[in-house]
Design a protein around this ligand. Structure first.
Ligand SMILES: C[S@@+](CC[C@H](N)C(=O)[O-])C[C@H]1O[C@@H](n2cnc3c(N)ncnc32)[C@H](O)[C@@H]1O
Length: 420
């Protein structure tokens, strides 16, 4: 494709993504479906440039002020993630000179906002949450996430997967904490590899894998994954249960649960029962009340712990949306808790970094449910064979952080239902 044409397409894609009306990955996928003739290198440039702008939107719009022409074009030029020679051949002499001037500026002298690239409400919430680590967190969130795999222990051992990857000259190492995790270098086309097709591995961030360790379901138990979605955690739980017992995968979204089907088929699990529920007080929940050994609530949340993968979320969330989420999280947790037998374990998890969705919801639940005894996440993880679990917690809670653990930001609280 001619350099001018690719720059025009990038400008067009950015214009669509920056409307922030739909998730960026959906807009990018729809754009690629519309432009089927794009090659892999062109797709890479389009997607990476778009994500670079989303990660550092204030930086690029600040620097773009000095140029001329459409703002999205200027941002695309500054954040370009393809060949520089190729880009330069798309630019006229004025744009070339402007790009050179901007490139010479010292990024350390930019205003704070153009360095942290966060909306004001989120910057102040994170400063309060993270304190002195704020800038380290900002830097970590601007990096793309590594590609983590979870080894499906029903079908393979971690050493075998590492060996198979090495035979294909792929660099990989065990994840630092998850006993089932493998971290790959680069982004190989995994979907076409036998390891993936035959269900020996699934793509799953290390933090997400740890939630299965925290719930620690045993063979033969009755377990509920209350907000199962496309089943990332369901699959991990089913494997820990060694394909025994009964694992219900509930979600209000039938569409998301549909995404679980092909993954289940690959995984070899036959103990999973996906079911769409109307809402958290659905009759099905009432019928199972008091019968379940372990319940995971992977609650709908702002997703702000996944900004490395979904940088558009920081522009699409708002304090008002967080307040609504908190109401929903509180209601789902209270309803899911009714499922548990005495002695049963409850885990509430989010991929948010904010106390409003995390500690505040957990504390309100504890206050309203004295029959649920909070447990230490570190002890639960240690019991599940996670070494150095004390590095992953803050007080009784699991709290993973991109800048400290190279994982998405997860929060989890654990309780045991009392009584007999
Ligand atoms: C964080 S996502 C779950 C991700 C999933 N556990 C995984 O590992 O892939 C939250 C899920 O909660 C679901 N959800 C929203 N409201 C719900 C409710 N009232 N009851 C059950 N699930 C709900 C959403 O449809 C969404 O799939």
């Amino acid at each position: 494709m001619h350099p001018n044409a690719l720059l025009d397409l990038t400008t067009d894609l950015l214009r669509q993504v920056l409307k922030l009306e739909s998730p960026a990955d959906a807009v990018v996928s729809a754009f690629f479906r519309k432009h089927r003739s794009l090659g892999p290198r062109e797709r890479h440039t389009l997607a990476e440039t778009t994500y670079t702008v989303l990660r550092q939107r204030y930086r690029w719009s600040h620097l773009a002020q000095s140029g001329s022409g459409a703002l999205e074009r200027r941002m695309a030029i500054l954040a370009w993630q393809g060949s520089e020679t190729f880009l330069r051949s798309a630019l006229g002499p004025h744009e070339q000179a402007w790009l050179q001037d901007v490139a010479a500026l010292d990024p350390a002298r930019l205003p704070d906002k153009a360095r942290h690239n966060l909306p004001d409400w989120l910057a102040s919430a994170l400063r309060q949450e993270i304190g002195d680590d704020f800038w380290a967190l900002v830097a970590a969130m601007e990096q793309p996430a590594p590609l983590d795999l979870r080894v499906n222990l029903l079908k393979a051992r971690r050493e075998e997967v590492l060996q198979a990857l090495a035979e294909q000259s792929l660099l990989a190492e065990p994840t630092p904490w998850s006993p089932w995790g493998v971290r790959l270098q680069g982004k190989p086309a995994l979907q076409k590899m036998p390891l993936f097709e035959q269900g020996h591995v699934e793509v799953q961030d290390e933090g997400s894998q740890l939630l299965a360790a925290l719930l620690q379901p045993r063979r033969g138990e009755m377990v509920v994954d209350f907000c199962a979605g496309a089943g990332g955690k369901t699959l991990a739980l089913g494997a820990v249960m060694r394909n025994t017992g009964r694992l219900y995968a509930f979600d209000v979204s039938g569409h998301r649960l549909d995404g679980l089907k092909p993954r289940l088929a690959r995984s070899g699990l036959s103990n999973v029962y996906p079911a769409q529920i109307a809402h958290e007080r659905d009759d099905r929940i009432k019928r199972l009340s008091g019968k379940i050994d372990r319940v995971l609530v992977d609650a709908p949340c702002s997703g702000l712990g996944t900004l490395r993968r979904n940088p558009d979320l920081k522009w699409r969330q708002s304090p008002e949306a967080l307040a609504e989420l908190q109401v929903k999280q509180t209601a789902i947790l209270a309803s899911a808790a009714r499922l548990l037998k005495p002695g049963g374990r409850l885990v509430y998890a989010t991929c948010s970094l904010l106390a409003r969705e995390n500690e505040d919801v957990a504390a309100a639940f504890s206050a309203a449910h004295p029959g649920f005894q909070p447990l230490s996440a570190a002890q639960a993880l240690q019991a599940a064979g996670v070494e150095r679990a004390d590095e992953l917690v803050s007080g009784p809670y699991l709290k993973t952080r991109p800048h400290r653990h190279h994982m998405d930001g997860f929060f989890a609280a654990v309780w045991e239902r009392q009584g007999g």
